[in-house]
Design a protein around this ligand. Structure first.
Ligand code: 5AD
Ligand code: FES
Length: 347
């Protein structure tokens, strides 16, 4: 299978059949072969630098009902919260002092915030921190709303496609949520001018190797600036409570593949990866990721933004995430940098 990794490195993609073959014949030795290349590729564009994004989870109200997610509308046990604009600004103030130059406002699809509420929050943050990038992650909207939010100063938008296989998408979501609309959103965001991030869960229920191959081909086609993947982790109050968790090795292998697929992409070692293995984020960086997203939300709400069980960084240690990650990255020879960490096109 090494020849497929060589081919991926040289040509920047594989056929669906080749991806399936590669994913069906993984081994520790093949992973090491891949990671040597993916690490070297990341190093070529980013040296040993790791970018940070300060994540502010500002609302866990959500009108959607994704079957895997702990804050789905149908979960009556979720304790809901919203942060006020002042609370959000205070997270940014703390974050700025700590060295964050990107803030990510993430939330459920919460109808309580109108487009102009969001625009207002964005322009306030931008006014206070003009040297910072602002990323939104608030789900599916109309093109016009995306435009308004962009004009208010948002630079980037994260919206995982979750799975590029329509039938699989239908098994993870209620009927009213469609892959078609998700894709419409992603292409609209790109067209408007956002730096766009997409991605998927590894090992989500009913996922096949073919699904993953389709995810990779969709990502190649969309050509996003950011790609976030993490293992599926069951949440006890969802219909998927008893489904198996995604695998660490498979997630790392896919990070390596993504690095060769889009060499200059911004790829986080996600919190979910850190949740299934105490060294998950370090392993993610060593597989080719180059971003970490420590939590900046107020400690009192962190446990409530529970997409999956046992999420890390929600306890007393939570205020220390940046310095914790700084030490963790240093321990593997990488450096957290104070930088917006924008996508840099290859000439
Ligand atoms: N396990 C892992 N990741 C999850 N997400 C939502 N629920 C889970 C879960 N149970 C991911 C989705 C979503 C992102 C914000 O979190 O991919 O896009
Ligand atoms: Fe949050 Fe280590 S990154 S405590």
């Amino acid at each position: 299978m090494k020849y497929l990794i060589d081919k991926l490195e040289v040509t920047g993609s594989l056929t669906k059949e080749e991806f399936v073959l590669l994913l069906n014949y993984t081994s520790p030795a093949l992973s090491e072969y891949l990671f040597e290349k993916s690490r070297k590729t990341a190093g070529k564009y980013f040296e040993n630098h790791v970018y940070t994004r300060g994540l502010i989870e500002f609302t866990n109200y959500c009108k959607n009902d994704c079957l895997y997610c702990g804050i789905r509308a149908g979960n009556r046990n979720a304790e809901r919260y919203r942060l006020s604009k002042d609370e959000i600004l205070s997270c940014c103030a703390d974050g700025y002092a700590l060295g964050f130059r990107t803030f990510v406002l993430q939330g459920g699809e919460d109808c309580a915030y109108s487009d102009s509420d969001i625009a207002d929050i964005i322009s306030d943050i931008k006014e206070h921190y003009p040297d910072c990038a602002l990323t939104l992650s608030i789900g599916e909207k109309e093109d016009e709303s995306y435009r308004l939010i962009y004009e208010a100063g948002a630079d980037r938008y994260l919206l995982r496609h979750e799975t590029a296989n329509a039938a699989h998408y239908g098994l993870l979501h209620p009927k009213r949520q469609t892959l078609e609309n998700r894709k419409r959103c992603l292409y609209a965001l790109k067209k408007i001018g956002y730096q766009v991030g997409t991605g998927f869960m590894v090992g989500s229920p009913f996922q096949t190797t073919e699904c993953l191959a389709e995810d990779l081909l969709f990502i190649k086609e969309l050509s996003p600036q950011m790609i976030g993947i993490g293992p599926f982790i069951p949440h006890h109050d969802t219909p998927f409570a008893h489904q198996a968790q995604g695998s660490l090795e498979r997630t790392l292998f896919l990070i390596g593949i993504l690095r060769l697929l889009i060499p200059n992409a911004l790829i986080p070692a996600t919190t979910a990866l850190g949740t299934i293995d105490p060294m998950g984020r370090e392993k993610g960086i060593l597989a080719g990721a180059n971003v970490v997203m420590p939590n900046l939300s107020p400690v009192k709400v962190r446990k409530k933004y529970e997409l999956y069980d046992n999420k890390i960084c929600t306890g007393e240690e939570a205020a220390e995430c940046r310095s914790c990650l700084q030490n963790r990255m240093k321990s593997i020879g990488y450096k957290l940098v104070v930088d917006r960490g924008d996508f840099q096109p290859i000439n």
